[in-house]
Structures are given as C-alpha cells and as structure tokens.
Design a protein around this ligand. Structure first.
Ligand SMILES: [Zn+2]
Length: 438
C-alpha cells in the first residue's frame, strides 16, 4: 500500500507446526449487477491440512467487512455475506464480522484434503477505497472471502486496520468466473479472458496459481495491452478522467519495474499484471497481478506497488504481524528503481519512543498512526544501509537468494536476519539494534 502524500518477531518458530490449511483452491462463480456494485454467487474452497495435528475447523476472513463491520446503524447489512454453507457448520461471524468459523464435520488428518462451499454476496461500499468505488468504477480488493492461517501462534484472527494491511494468506489457486454486463471492463488477478455470455453480458474467467488473494475491478475503463521485453503482459485500465500524462508515465514505469524486479528478485511468475488507474484513488494498493493506482499528471505509486508483487505476493508475510517485511522492502526497491540518494537517510529518523521499532506489528501502528510512515522511510533507509554495510553485490545476492528460498512461502523477521547474517562475517547485532529491527 502507499498512503497519499507519503513487528513483531517471527510468527513461526523453527521446528513448529506448519502453516495450515495450505494449498487452498478456490472455485468461484459470481454475477455482477448493471454497474458492478453487487456480486452474488457461489464459492467453493478446498484445502489440505499441512499441520501434524488434526484440523477441526477453518476460518474465512471477510475483510470486506473491515470498515463497516457488521453493518451500519441504519440497518444496512454487512458488505460481504456468506450463507448456505456446506461441508461444515458455520458459527456467527466474529471479529466485527471479518471472521467466520466453519467447524468441519470430522477432524481432517495431516495431509488430507477437504472442502467447504457457500453462497457469497458482495456489495461495494459508497467510498473511494480498495474495496469501494470512484465514479462509475468499482474496486473489489479484499472483497472475496479467503481462508485464515493457523500456525504455531494459533489462528491468525487479527482485526482489520485501514492504516495498512492486516492480511495474511498462503499461496492459493483461484478460478473465478465473473458474469457481467458487456459494457464493463473487468481487470482481475490472474490470466483473464472474456467470452460472450447471455445477451448484453460477458463472462470474464480468470485463472491464477500460487497467489495469496484475488481482486478485481469493474467499470467503463479505457484499455491498452503491451508485452514487456521480459515477456510480461501489462494490461492497463484507466478512467477517462485520469491524466493522460500520468497514465503514460504509469504504463512506462510499470512495465520497466516488472522486468527490473524480475531480474533483481526472480522472474515474475504470473505472466500478466493489470494496472488500474483512476484520478482520485488515495495512493496505491497491491494485489497479486493487479494494482490500484491513484494517477495524477505526476504519475502514480506504480513502482512501489509492482515491488509488492514480490514482497507480500510471491514472498509472503503476515502483514499484520510484521508490515515492514512488505512495506520497507517495496519502498527500498522503489528507491533503487528511481535512484534516490539514500546515503545516511536513516540518521534523520526520529524514533518517537523506546517502544517504537521498525518491526512492530499493526497493533502498534494502528494505535500510533502518525508513526506508520517509519515503515516506509526508516524501513527503506535501513535496507539501504544494509546494502552499504554488506556491499551492493552481496545485498543483491542476499535479496535474490532470500526471495528464491521463500518463493510462494512466508518471510519472517528472524529468517531475514539469519539470511543477512549468513552473508557476512561482521556481527550484524549492532546494525539490527541501531535500526530497531527486533
Ligand atoms: Zn506498500
């Protein structure tokens, strides 16, 4: 995420329970209304129990209810509703209607697969947000229910924060069919193709493998497609009101960034990325294979958001527990792309208190919103300082190797510190202390 204008330790200790349920497979069929603001249909998710113990339940995260919670005082129902659950027994929604427990009919043994299915109803809220709208355009980020993760820390049922991200998901496969009026263009996670449907309607089918989330948008976008020299299909979708200069800059930088980060961190594996540009969207927001970008004549945060394809997407992390693992890394990549001078930038960091650490969780940042910029500023400066400490070549090798070792997996602060330490004979303990990487 990028804001307008501007952790915890490892969540999984070595040798403990594997994160589960893993290898989720989502099959979704949704039908959109005339303006793409309401989607209803059926969703099925199958999964495997990767933990050594029996799996007795799963949780769906209904992140789309994050802002309005269980509905408004005027009686509006929750934005995302699940009903007619099969394959398990649903409890009442919890965590302000962002979590739904589904008890499995019998415990699932290690390595076994099971599935649950349910009706889903999604109503896009009346606000300009990642799950929201701008004019005739609809953004469906975090709208689709996804499985929560259980690991050595137990179930991750953290609250929604609008300051940043609370999201934590394992790499999953999606097949999503969206039936919509033909006048709406539908950018979406994955490789998409659109076919004629009933009269006046089209069906956009998207297949995405090893992604952590599935997002889409809808509206009368203008579109263009180009293939980068590195072979990635960049599909641009923009609102006619968006600055033509900004759209062109975003397309150029987006295409250059996906190739450059592919060289730096490992080839972009999804084949296609969608850049969704509107004039009033606040900052930018990343989803696998799709980024939402507020676009002015100065361009957009496309480079930062494309960097998130690796840092959060391909190399996952618990975005609530350790947001620096995605934001600082994306911002460091962004600073390198633009050739910003980062010499000594960390020395300007003014830590507000002893309790403020770069590695703090969203619980801290949500309670100290004015400090959250440190994850971007001090965080990218810390990584730039690590580059100077190790040397540019070794830093490049570290990031490439680290991305390779955690490809489709989960990055933790402890794992990154260990990987960095393995690259040098110098004791990095004082370095971590100075940059408050705890
Ligand atoms: Zn970000």
């Amino acid at each position: 995420m990028t804001q307008s204008g501007t952790g915890s330790e490892a969540r999984t200790a070595p040798g403990t329970q594997s994160a589960t349920p893993d290898r989720p497979r989502y099959d979704v069929t949704l039908r959109g209304n005339a303006d793409g603001s309401r989607w209803t249909g059926r969703q099925r998710v199958s999964f495997r129990n990767a933990s050594t113990g029996p799996l007795r339940e799963v949780y769906l995260r209904l992140w789309g209810n994050g802002v309005d919670k269980c509905g408004t005082a005027t009686g509006t129902p929750p934005a995302v509703r699940v009903s007619k659950v099969r394959g398990g027994t649903a409890s009442r929604p919890a965590v302000n209607c962002t979590a739904l427990r589904i008890a499995l009919p019998k415990p699932l043994a290690h390595g076994e697969r099971a599935s649950v299915s349910f009706d889903v109803s999604i109503t896009v809220p009346e606000r300009n947000d990642r799950f929201g709208r701008e004019g005739a355009f609809r953004f469906l980020g975090n709208a689709l229910p996804v499985l929560a993760v259980h690991d050595a820390k137990g179930w991750h049922l953290d609250p929604y924060v609008s300051t940043g991200e609370s999201f934590y998901a394992l790499a999953s496969d999606f097949r999503v069919a969206l039936d919509h009026p033909s006048n709406l263009k539908i950018p979406a996670t994955g490789r998409t193709s659109t076919h004629p449907g009933r009269p006046g309607r089209s069906v956009t089918v998207s297949v995405a493998r090893r992604v952590r989330d599935f997002a889409w948008a809808a509206g009368p976008f203008r579109t263009a497609v180009e293939t980068t020299p590195g072979g990635v299909r960049v599909k641009s979708y923009w609102a006619p009101e968006a600055s033509a200069t900004g759209v062109n800059l975003t397309r150029e930088d987006g295409a250059a960034a996906v190739d450059r980060f592919g060289k730096e961190f490992g080839r972009y594996p999804y084949g296609e990325i969608d850049l969704v540009m509107t004039s009033e969207f606040g900052g930018g927001m990343e989803y696998p294979g799709l980024v939402l970008l507020g676009t002015t004549e100065e361009g957009s945060a496309v480079v930062h958001e494309v960097a998130h394809q690796w840092w959060y997407g391909i190399v996952g992390n618990d975005e609530y527990g350790a947001p620096w693992l995605d934001e600082s890394f994306a911002q460091y990549a962004n600073a390198r792309f633009y050739g910003w001078d980062t010499r000594d930038c960390w020395s300007e960091v003014d830590w507000p208190s002893d309790r403020t650490a770069l590695t703090n969780s969203m619980a801290h940042w949500a309670a100290h919103r004015g400090e959250y910029h440190l994850v971007y500023t001090a965080g990218s400066c810390a990584l730039a300082d690590l580059e100077r400490t190790l040397g540019a070549d070794i830093m490049a090798r570290l990031l490439k190797r680290y991305a390779h070792d955690h490809w489709y997996g989960v990055s933790t602060t402890a794992a990154f510190k260990k990987a960095a330490q393995s690259m040098t004979d110098e004791d990095l303990s004082p370095f971590w202390k100075r940059h408050r990487i705890r």
